[in-house]
Unconditional design. Structure first.
Length: 277
């Protein structure tokens, strides 16, 4: 089974496909942020389960949608199969570590004094947005690199690659919902107005169409980098999962529930990628 892609979507350039897919993932972040118009707070157990679910989705996507194609493409290029995925994966993690150390940000649920990155007097709302924005950069890159891969003829069928890229975008969109909630609701609970809380929540996803475009242009311009780029996005996503999503999902003591959320998210993304991609 594979996704039945509309002819108009197939006819678009990889760059346009990437921007549209990034726009979709951004819109789901905005949908999550819109919860502030319905309530001032959400059940913490539910939010922790949703964050765990997001971690599971990203972990599964990192392998099935990024690392596995990276290995296959390295083999198609005739290079040592493990080198591009290993090098790209490590570089992706190091890139996020560097950005994490420099960019001022504050993880949802943390106190202002726990802000990471360079010291700054920026407001809490700004730091919260930057934390999720930092998280969304590798997601956008992953989407763009995947759609760029669909336009490059390799041993695998282009249609399968395009369907896999779309499946990846669907999966990332699915786990973006709790991210929008995680930014907007804490602000609403602190007395920020609903419209402003929504604005900050959706703003955290605005980077995804931009980073998707960058990812697509990069691999289309330098095609031999494709297996490295796929693994780079995977490494960056896994870093976000381990450094942010899993600790955040367990911050409030709902460890077992969050772990079950990870298992559920991993399973859903695995099924989507195998069945639809």
């Amino acid at each position: 089974m594979s996704l039945d892609l509309a002819p108009w979507f197939r006819a678009l350039s990889p760059l346009a496909q990437s921007i549209l897919a990034g726009g979709f993932t951004w819109s789901v972040t905005a949908l999550g942020a819109a919860v502030v118009f319905l309530t001032r707070q959400v059940n913490q157990r539910l939010l922790d389960a949703m964050m765990g679910f997001a971690a599971g989705v990203m972990t599964a996507a990192s392998f099935w949608s990024l690392l596995a194609p990276s290995i296959e493409m390295a083999a198609a290029q005739g290079v040592t199969v493990w080198v591009p995925p290993a090098v790209g994966f490590v570089l992706g993690g190091l890139f996020l570590r560097g950005a994490d150390a420099v960019l001022p940000h504050l993880h949802p649920g943390a106190r202002r004094a726990e802000a990471e990155g360079l010291a700054t007097s920026w407001r809490r709302a700004t730091l919260l947005v930057l934390a999720i924005t930092l998280h969304n950069v590798p997601e956008g890159l992953a989407v763009g690199v995947s759609f760029g891969a669909a336009a490059i003829p390799l041993d695998m069928a282009a249609e399968t690659t395009l369907a896999g890229a779309l499946t990846l975008a669907l999966g990332i969109g699915l786990q973006n919902f709790p991210e929008g909630v995680a930014v907007s609701l804490p602000l609403r609970g602190e007395g920020v107005s609903a419209p402003k809380s929504f604005w900050y929540g959706q703003l955290s996803g605005a980077v995804e169409p931009v980073s998707a475009a960058i990812g697509a242009v990069t691999v289309l311009s330098v095609q031999p980098l494709l297996p490295y780029a796929l693994a780079f996005a995977a490494g960056a996503m896994v870093y976000v999962v381990v450094e942010e999503l899993i600790p955040e999902s367990q911050r409030h003591g709902n460890t077992d529930l969050a772990t079950l959320g990870v298992m559920g998210g991993f399973t859903v993304m695995m099924i989507m990628d195998v069945a639809l991609g």
